[in-house]
Design a protein around this ligand. Structure first.
Ligand code: SAM
Length: 296
């Protein structure tokens, strides 16, 4: 029988801030099948999640045109968002469910005429407000729901998937969740009738400052020499790098950054097919497409 160890919120937070208690592992080991115990453990984890994300608020408030030096400055240099949206091959009756949507950053890369609707999900109240404003600014039909994905999909997302002509689920740098939660979300999405799930996942083993510097510095130098990058862009990128490195290290220490193989293994058990579409940023992040073929 599984041992259940319920931790006090203070213990969880202390463990997280000292790095002694990686969140994913704590939940992996401690979850029981008793929903009341699960709820207690998840409640504490949600609190710890919120504390982490409060320290890295720029993810949640980054909007186009905000001053440089944020993570998005680096990511934009590689046009990763455009690639990800291209891989989704969106069609006019599609509804996009954006899990861990932050400030709905991805929404600006979706031409509003391309899809029928957008549902963003994020656990942070101020982020949800920013994301709603972003949808208004873009004129994109949709809603943003405040919800903790640790406990699965919100009911409104399940309904939106069931009603959509074609529901496409997106999780971009947001599956920092215990595998049970990921499996639950994917199961709920496909049961509701989702067409597919596109994931952009940072890769645990590869996120290391030396490997990032080894690739990134020559990239910047080459860009300057070839005049593909301006001096201002390079300064913004270097500033962004000074934010990205501690973020990546802290994230890696505290959260499970599942590899594509680990995700594939867990989701194969649900009868899902997981394809690697690309591994940009020198393999530090992976685009995955998850589909589900119901057994006849
Ligand atoms: C790295 S940011 C990515 C934001 C956005 N997808 C983007 O590409 O800019 C991760 C987001 O996931 C959200 N998040 C983290 N854990 C969550 C949870 N358990 N439930 C809902 N949202 C969560 C955070 O609040 C944050 O906005």
């Amino acid at each position: 029988m599984a041992t259940v160890r319920v931790l006090a919120p203070a213990q969880v937070l202390k463990g997280l801030t000292t790095g002694v208690l990686p969140l994913g592992r704590a939940l992996e080991n401690d979850l029981s099948t008793d929903p009341t115990v699960e709820a207690a453990v998840w409640g504490q984890a949600a609190e710890a999640h919120a504390a982490f994300w409060d320290n890295w608020a720029e993810w949640r408030h980054a909007r186009p045109g905000t001053p440089g030096g944020s993570f998005h400055d680096i990511v934009r240099m590689f046009k990763l968002e455009d690639q990800l949206i291209r891989f989704m091959s969106l069609e006019p009756n599609d509804v996009v469910i954006d899990l861990g949507c932050g400030a709905a950053w991805m929404a600006q890369f979706i031409p509003s005429t391309t899809i029928a609707g957008y549902v963003g999900v994020d656990s942070h109240p101020a982020t949800v407000t920013t994301a709603r404003k972003e949808l208004d600014r873009l004129g994109l039909a949709g809603t943003v729901v405040k919800h903790d994905l640790l406990v699965g999909l919100p009911g409104s997302a399940v309904e939106a998937i069931a009603k959509a002509g074609r529901a496409r689920v997106l999780a971009r740098w947001a599956f920092y969740l215990p595998m049970q939660s990921i499996v639950r979300i994917v199961k709920q999405a496909f049961e509701a009738g989702a067409c597919d799930l596109t994931v952009d996942q940072l890769t645990a083993g590869k996120f290391s400052p030396p490997s990032l510097m080894v690739h990134f510095m020559p990239f910047l130098a080459k860009g300057l020499v070839r005049r593909e990058l301006s001096g201002i862009q390079v300064i913004r990128a270097l500033k962004a790098l000074t934010r990205m490195i501690p973020y990546g290290l802290e994230l890696k220490k505290l959260f499970p950054l599942w590899s594509s193989d680990q995700i594939a293994e867990a989701l194969n058990g649900l009868g899902c097919k997981v394809e690697v579409l690309a591994q940009p940023l020198w393999g530090q992040t992976t685009f995955l497409r998850v589909t589900h073929n119901p057994v006849p």
